[in-house]
Design a protein around this ligand. Structure first.
Ligand SMILES: *Cc1c(COP(=O)(O)O)cnc(C)c1O
Length: 357
């Protein structure tokens, strides 16, 4: 029955206790480390009822089987564990800087080889994937807002390599399952930093993988990875993200409307050299006049926008990404990443306009 419901309805209706007279409408936070012997699960590193409620909702929205992790990076690490020792991973040049850092670190340790590609060049991605074990996509990319044609990439991989194609992983943090479902385009695994839009309130860290229904083998491997490496979420964190997902569609609708309005006003503004916006979602990047100092000055001058890292919260956030040493050098020094929140758009614009040089 639930497959026929719209995503917004599933975000609200799934992950609830059975409807019985007197039953609570929300799952509790299952604070337990172990279970009475004789049941399906014996220890809480393997599973937890609060995770399962969240996994039911997220799995339904993405169209696969979800596993929750301690953070987005724990989920990315689990996905990268699908690369065998000495194997090859292909990834866009601009992805979340933690992912870049992880691949660099593993490459230095001799664990894998990472091939970098242009996220928007379908042919280059398919060509680079020859003999690769995992293709780790992220679309739109953080913070350059490049968009990969995931469907065309998967088609190209199937045509060229058939069964020898790499496992396709797609970080769907920026888009959220409401904007795109990479599994429907043929990706094998979706990765999330639920810390961002899914949670939506900048109050918790959590990550997730979602595996395509036909890849039970990968689900099994990721589950084993979670169980043995132990990067599990706390039940309270899972509960907070589940609570956040209930309003994901409302928050995203507002964030997107605001982002579009800001893009229209920033485009052509004398202090703005370039606006990057993928055309959907609540994230945008702008390159401002005055180089690094000009960008830093904007961050120091905003009063309503929060100068902070992270994104996808109800409060609007702004950040110069190159302030992080891990950020790749091809990200412009004057690039500011903006995460539109759910405040009034005129207040947000007024604050931004007074902060621009
Ligand atoms: C933040 C982020 C991550 C890492 O998630 P954490 O929850 O901070 O560990 C991974 N991918 C993308 C695209 C992100 O924005």
């Amino acid at each position: 029955m639930h497959e026929q419901l719209a995503p917004a309805t599933r975000a609200v209706a799934l992950g609830r206790p059975p409807r019985e007279p007197g039953a609570p409408v929300n799952h509790g936070v299952a604070f337990t480390s172990t279970y009475v012997a004789g049941g399906e699960v014996s220890y809480a590193r393997t599973s937890n009822p609060t995770w399962e409620a969240l996994e039911e909702v997220l799995g339904s929205l993405e169209g696969g089987s979800a596993l929750t992790f301690a953070s987005g990076m724990a989920a990315v690490t689990a996905a990268v564990s699908l690369v065998p020792v000495g194997g090859v991973v292909v990834a866009p040049r601009h992805v979340y800087n933690g992912t870049t850092g992880l691949l660099d670190e593993m490459e230095r340790a001799g664990a894998l080889t990472a091939r970098r590609v242009d996220a928007e060049d379908t042919d280059a991605i398919v060509t680079a994937a020859e003999g690769a074990d995992v293709l780790l996509l992220e679309s739109p990319t953080n913070p350059m807002m490049e968009v990969t044609d995931v469907e065309a990439v998967v088609r190209g991989l199937r045509e060229r390599y058939a069964d020898a194609r790499p496992v396709v992983v797609c970080d769907n943090t920026f888009a959220t399952p409401l904007a795109q479902q990479p599994l429907a385009w043929g990706a094998d695994v979706v990765v999330h930093s639920a810390t961002k839009y899914l949670s939506g309130h900048s109050d918790t860290l959590l990550g997730a993988t979602v595996v395509a229904p036909e890849r039970a083998d990968l689900l099994e491997r990721l589950h084993t990875h979670r169980n043995l490496h132990g990067a599990i979420p706390g039940p309270m964190e899972a509960w907070l993200v589940l609570r956040g997902i209930r309003t994901l569609h409302l928050r995203l609708e507002r964030a997107q409307a605001t982002a579009r309005e800001l893009v229209a006003r920033l485009d052509g503004h004398p202090a703005v050299e370039r606006v990057r916006y993928p055309g959907f979602g609540g994230m945008l990047s702008v390159e401002v006049a005055g180089g690094e100092a000009g960008a830093e000055a904007v961050c120091a001058a905003v009063r309503l926008w929060t100068h902070s890292t992270s994104l996808g919260g109800v409060e609007s956030q702004i950040e110069r990404r190159r302030r992080h040493p891990l950020e790749v050098a091809t990200v412009p020094v004057n690039l500011l990443r903006l995460s539109a929140g759910v405040e009034d758009v005129e207040d947000l614009w007024a604050d931004l306009a007074q902060a621009l040089p």
